[in-house]
Design a protein around this ligand. Structure first.
Ligand SMILES: [Zn+2]
Length: 88
């Protein structure tokens, strides 16, 4: 697993890639474990829908990367901070 950005206040908001599973950009705290692998929200939702065609479906308010579950783009904020100052 590689960290693309690190969030000073909450490691759950760190952005990671290349984890065992789908490996897409996702917040560390938003990864979903399944059969020993991890998936971003978009991929795990596709899996759930595929397995249960008549069951749960993502709603219109579902949040996907780069949005955190609260609808905020911490990734963009942390990228900008990284450019502004190394010493912050
Ligand atoms: Zn994915």
């Amino acid at each position: 697993m590689e960290h693309v950005t690190r969030n000073k206040n909450d490691m759950m908001k760190d952005v990671v890639i290349n984890y065992r599973g789908c490996g897409h950009h996702e917040y560390y705290g938003m990864l979903v474990w399944r059969d020993g692998l991890q998936y971003c929200r978009r991929c795990i939702h596709q899996i759930w829908v595929k397995e249960n065609p008549n069951g749960w479906k993502p709603g219109p308010d579902e949040k996907y990367f780069p949005l955190y579950e609260d609808g905020i783009n911490y990734y963009e904020q942390d990228l900008k901070k990284g450019e502004d100052s190394v010493y912050e």
